[in-house]
Design a protein around this ligand. Structure first.
Ligand code: GLY
Length: 335
């Protein structure tokens, strides 16, 4: 696969996890071999005109730097953070998700998925000492809390801010069922992204928000605990999104870890994650003799457009492996 998609980092991330879990050098060599491609991509600006640089570079180059000390990987990841920072709209206090910054259709649009792109900015701030990365991320996560999260702790997939005045405009969906429904993967990006940002910005409100989102999510699960693709649906005949379940499991573990010691919910969120993972293992994981190309079946990429429905997906597999790693060893996130 050419390194031109938003998803390439999930494969590299799986290789780094496989290396950490097994200690086998061929996984490390395969992951290291991709650092050059990621470096080429960012320095040549190949399809990097969007906010997904955190997904791409945290799991490839930041991971490489953390695990091997690669200077080439660090340089590429800092460059990616710099490109991501160019999408920051100061008046609106957000990172614009998609489109050329002059495109009126995408102007001022933030999306919940961006929570996972912010750790790259915090990491770059720590590495370089340049506080501009951190300040932009601080403002964005606050705007996401205020406007993407609804009063009932569900989330809009996307929310438009006025880039000139900074005023909030309106929420809308892109991959969900409707503007006022709750796209399951978006909710999972929220559950996991707020505590990942908390690792860098010790603001307890981020943990409170993640917990509220988690409660909304957990209250809308089908019997086998693997969510439908939109949380407006709670069971058959609607498609499941196993990738959202895997992302949420990682988020529940990170959330539980960051609750104060002795908080009774610490155990509840950890246990919810274990139950979701058990269901993924027993009901969704591919079997060794099964033809296919992935770890967990029944993911959904984009239901409204009918793309990637009921398929394996790279991000679902990455978070499935990350969740298993988190439950089986002490693990330092690449985020
Ligand atoms: N971040 C894109 C997606 O979740 O489909």
């Amino acid at each position: 696969m050419d390194n031109t998609e938003w998803t390439n980092g999930f494969w590299t991330g799986q290789l780094w996890l496989a290396y950490e879990l097994s200690g086998q050098s061929h996984y490390r060599e395969a992951a290291e071999a991709q650092v050059g491609e990621f470096s080429h991509r960012i320095f040549n600006r190949i399809n990097v005109d969007h906010h997904d640089l955190g997904f791409l570079y945290s799991l490839s180059c930041v991971a490489a730097y953390k695990l091997t000390g690669s200077v080439k990987a660090r340089t590429a990841a800092v460059e990616a953070a710099q490109v991501l920072l160019t999408r920051f709209l100061p008046k609106a206090g957000i990172i614009q998700a998609w489109g050329n910054l002059n495109d009126p259709a995408e102007a001022g649009r933030m999306i919940i998925d961006c929570n996972l792109n912010l750790p790259l900015l915090y990491w770059a701030s720590e590495e370089t000492g340049d506080t501009a990365f951190r300040e932009a991320a601080n403002l964005h996560i606050e705007q996401a809390r205020r406007f993407i999260v609804r009063p009932d702790a569900s989330t809009f997939h996307t929310f438009y801010m006025d880039p000139v005045t900074g005023a909030p405009r309106h929420g809308s969906t892109h991959q969900g069922y409707s503007d006022d429904s709750c796209w399951a993967r978006g909710q999972a990006w929220g559950i996991s992204g707020f505590p990942l940002v908390y690792r860098y910005r010790r603001d307890p409100r981020l943990i409170e928000t993640s917990a509220q989102l988690a409660n909304y999510f957990l209250n809308r699960l089908p019997d086998d605990l693997v969510c439908c693709w939109d949380l407006i649906f709670t069971g058959a005949p609607y498609e499941r999104d196993s990738s959202a379940a895997a992302i949420a499991a990682c988020g529940l573990i990170e959330l539980g870890k960051n609750l104060p010691l002795g908080d009774p919910d610490q155990q509840s969120y950890q246990s919810a994650a274990v139950h979701i993972l058990n269901s993924l293992i027993n009901n969704y994981a591919s079997q060794p003799d099964e033809p296919g190309a992935g770890l967990i079946k029944h993911g959904v990429y984009h239901m409204p457009k009918g793309i990637g429905v009921n398929e394996y997906c790279l991000w679902g597999d990455y978070f499935y492996l990350e969740a298993l790693t988190r439950l089986t060893r002490v693990w330092e996130p690449y985020w």
